[in-house]
Structures are given as C-alpha cells and as structure tokens.
Write a protein that binds this ligand. Sequence first.
Ligand SMILES: Nc1ncnc2c1ncn2[C@@H]1O[C@H](COP(=O)(O)OP(=O)(O)OP(=O)(O)O)[C@@H](O)[C@H]1O
Length: 594
Amino acid sequence: MDSKKKKEDKDNQKSEIFASCSFSALGLHPSLCNQLQERLGFEGPTLVQAQAIPVILSGRHVLVNAATGTGKTVAYLAPIIHHLHSYPSRIDRENGTFALVLVPTRELCLQVYEILQKLLHRFHWIVPGYVMGGENRSKEKARLRKGISILVATPGRLLDHLKNTASFVHTNLRWIIFDEADRILELGFGKEIEEILDLLGSRQIGSVGNGNQVSSLSNFQGQNLLLSATLNEKVNHLAKISLENPVMIGLDDKKIQPDQSVDHIETAESDEDDGLGYSKVKNSSTGDYKLPAQLVQRYVKVPCGSRLAVLLSILKNLFEREASHKIVVFFSTCDAVDFHYSLLSEFCWSPNSQSEAEHTERFLRCNTLRLHGNMKQEDRRNTFQAFKTEKSALLLSTDIAARGLDFPKVRCIVQYDSPGEATEYVHRVGRTARLGEKGDSLLFLQPVEVDYLHDLEKHGVSLTEYPILKVLGSFPLYGQVYRARKFVSLDLHPWVLYLQRALESFILSEPRMNKLAQTAFCSWVRAYTAHRGDLKRIFMVKKLHLGHVSRSFGLKQQPSLVGQSFQNQSKKRKREGKQKGLSKQRKFTRKTRT
Ligand SMILES: Nc1ncnc2c1ncn2[C@@H]1O[C@H](COP(=O)(O)OP(=O)(O)OP(=O)(O)O)[C@@H](O)[C@H]1O
C-alpha cells in the first residue's frame, strides 16, 4: 500500500471516530477545554462526545448507547465539571456531593476517578472521590464527612453509606450517572439501584434532592444520565424509573455533524407510552452491533481435549512474533484464571530437549498478570495499574475486565471460554481496537459449539477462521518442523500431543497445581451449565466429554474422580450460599464468574 493510500485510510478512520469541531464549539468552558488538551492530550472531541456534550449541558436526561472505546466517560464528566465550574459562587466541600457516578466494578470506579482527577487538576475546589467494595469503610466515612463533590461509587457500598454515614451530605445532588448500566443490572444490583433512587428521592420524576438545596448556587433541576451498550428489559426498567423524557444518543447518528447534533439526535422512540410520560426505548439488543472497522475477528475450532495445548501454542506464537505485545485472555471463572495463571507462570518446557532435566526454560516468556473478583483488593489494584502501564504483558481475566476498562494498546483479545450473550462478546473484544487503534480478537470454540457463530451473525458480527495448523506447524519439534496436512485432526498433531503430555506430567508432579486444576475443572463445568436461554442449546453440558474437559485442565484423572470433588464442592458452595443468604444466581455471577 503506498503512503498516500495509507494516509487516506488513516484520515477516513479518524473521521469515523472524531468530530471535526473543537471542544469549545460544544459550549465547554475554555479552561476545561485547555485541561482536556493539556492534561489528557485530547485535541478534539470524539463523535459521541460531540453528540452528548451539548445535550447534557442543556440539562436533559440522556440515554447514551454507543460503541466501546468511543470516549463516553469524558462525554458525561466534562459537562458536569463545566456546570460546577460555572456556578456563580464557588462550591465548597461542605456542600457535599453534587454528582454521583455509579459503576459496576471496582476497577471501573478507579478508572473513572483517575480521569476525574486529571480533569479537575486546575479546579481544586471541585473535589473528586470514590467509595467501593473492598475499601476501608471508616476511611471512606472520613472522606465523605469532609465532602466529595463528584463521587464515583459501586452500588453496594454507596447504599451502605447512604444508610449508615450520617455525615454524607447529598442534599445538593444534581446528577446521577449510571455508567455501564446493563452490567450493573446483570451483576444483580437492580434492587440496590432502586433503593438508592428511593433514598435520593430521584425515582421517576427526576427531581433530585430533598429540601435544603443550595439554591443560591443554582436553580438547575436534577439530571440523570444512563450509559448502556444494550437496551434490554432491565435497562428499560431502570430508564423508566430514573430518566424523565430522555434524549437518546445512539450509534445511528454517527455521521451527523456536531454542530447539528442536538437537532438531529433521536429522542427515545415511542413503542408504547406507559402513561407516566416516559416512552419505552426500542430494544436494540437484537440489532447489529457496531464494532470498530479495523478490528480483525477470528475464531479457532479446537476439540476440547486439545484446548490447553492450543491456547499455550497460540500465546507463544503471538509473543514470539512480536516481543512487545499486550494480550487479554478471558476465562469463565475465577478458579480457571488462578489455574492458568499459575500454569503459565511456572510451566517450563523446551520442545527440543531430550530429557526432563533439560526443561528449564519457561514455555511462555512474558509478564503474566491475573484479575478476578476473588482476589484481594490490593492485588486487584496492582494488576489493574500494572497492565495499564506495561508495554508487554498477558492478562488472564474473568469478565470483570470485559466492561468499560480502558487498558492502552491492547493488541489482542482471546476468548478462551466462550462469552455467552453476544453483548458480552462485543464488550470483551471492545478492550482492543479502541479509538482507531489496530486490534485482533480470537474466539475459541469446540466443534460442538460452532453454532455460536450463527448467533453472532444474527447481530451482524462475522468471524473468519484462524489458521491454527499453520501456527502449530511453525514450532520445531526435536529440530524438525512438522507440516500437518489439512485433514489432520488437531488432537493428533505431534506438537499438540507432545505439549499435552508435558503439561499433564508437569501438573501431576506438582500437587498444588493439580489441586488448582481440579478446582478449575469443577467450576468450569458449573459455569458451562449456567448458560441461559437459547445458548443452552449451543453450550450443552450433555454434549461435553468430561474426560476431554479434564484434559483441557491437564488432568489425567478419570472424570468420575474429579466429578466427585465437583459434587462435594457444589454442595459446599450451596451451603455457604444459604448461610450468606445470597440467591444462587447472584452469588454465582458475582463470586465465581467475575
Ligand atoms: N476526545 C478524545 N481524544 C482522544 N482520546 C480520547 C478522547 N476521548 C476519549 N479518549 C480516550 O479513548 C479511550 C476510550 O475512552 P472511554 O474509556 O471513555 O471509552 P468508552 O466509550 O467508555 O469505552 P467502553 O464502552 O469500553 O467503556 C480512553 O483511553 C480515553 O482516554
């Protein structure tokens, strides 16, 4: 491709993402515009920012439904800061909280807080803060007592403070933002959200605050914003109880010029009026998802028993091809993350060594990190920061990293365990190819699961096949390269066979690893049984060969042996679940899968 064509392509890509206007043309205060440029390095707004900022500035309730990595965070934070900065008299810490940003996970909480800190660098009187599960409650209470102007929070911990922290002033609350609302609801926080809305007096009518408002500061009414990738029943319900006559900002307005955007933005389409003045928003979850054009999406069809060896081979190939690489691999459970993390960090094998004693070289020589919801808060924080700053690293994660997290320069997303809903697929791949950058994604499927591709196609997502035999053929075995014929099954590929054998003997020789593998096997099967709705027909436990599943955890044991411990574990989890009074599904979703 000549350089002129390359430049043209780059310009086209840019105009798909960025608007042609400036931040100040959207009505933002000049010093905030400077801050966006100097602190965050943003030269101009993205399309979604150009659409959302003027509408949010106008005070309307808004529902934003836009593609991943398009800059939604600044789209809602900038107008809030603009308003707080423009109050006739400066706000004070004693005035308490003016804006509340609700997010589903702790990592997202920290991420939004970090952006806030940068944006507020020059506006020291507007104080950012966060409260979230896993943090020290009394320290949070002390911070709330001092006063936090813009508070980022996870729902459970916020509710706790609303009920138990008397010094938490929220009488001046003007904005409630639900970021990644669909995820908040999927994690089972619906009840908490309703309670929060009730406690804040913000249900339905959207008039925030309960008396004692600082009327001298502003006579502006409450404004709620909801950002969600999917508009399903639950999100519709939340929109209904929290938004008043909202403006809908969606993907279809992508091509609209920013200066015309307010006039052209669709208001929520009316399917039916519920008599409350709120029109039901059309469900777009069955429609096409818009994915970044530059994202290369592929799938690899792997028999269950060879999954582990193929995963390791692909990762080895990716890191050897490009030394500096950032890759995220998604697993269905916390236990699977722990097992693969230990395995990848410790497994030594060099295919050209003749004796066991010579296997001293780590199979995968990359910086490996892990992230899931059962880790200690401090470790979660460290991983999150490390993966942000590393130039080359491998992150093994549950879906905790699937939504909203913005890790710079991730080149490849591997979905080793299938995601379930197509939305989840879209969010996972959304961690790469952000804001016009290059990105690849690879979905692992067993031969019995390939119907999942049709499910994705229904949403306009189509994948091409990954050349796995070519990749496996690139590894020399005892000095020889084995070029498999097309019809050779992966199970019988010499490289896969040797690697599988090496993995099994390594795991067998390490009791700790063996235990991790068994636990991971059990929760993997549990997660497989948890697929819902139509997906149950694709991911059928009945079709699984448990012996092959064991092999995919490097286990040599008979499945019945492992199955026994699986049953014991299930019973134990049920007992614990009852004791803690959590519903089975909520506990499973929050504890095991994230
Ligand atoms: N105007 C801009 N110019 C340049 N970079 C920007 C701009 N706005 C946002 N970004 C960067 O784009 C990336 C994605 O932003 P953000 O995380 O807000 O996207 P998002 O739409 O919320 O993504 P997701 O749907 O995955 O949560 C971030 O790294 C952010 O710093």
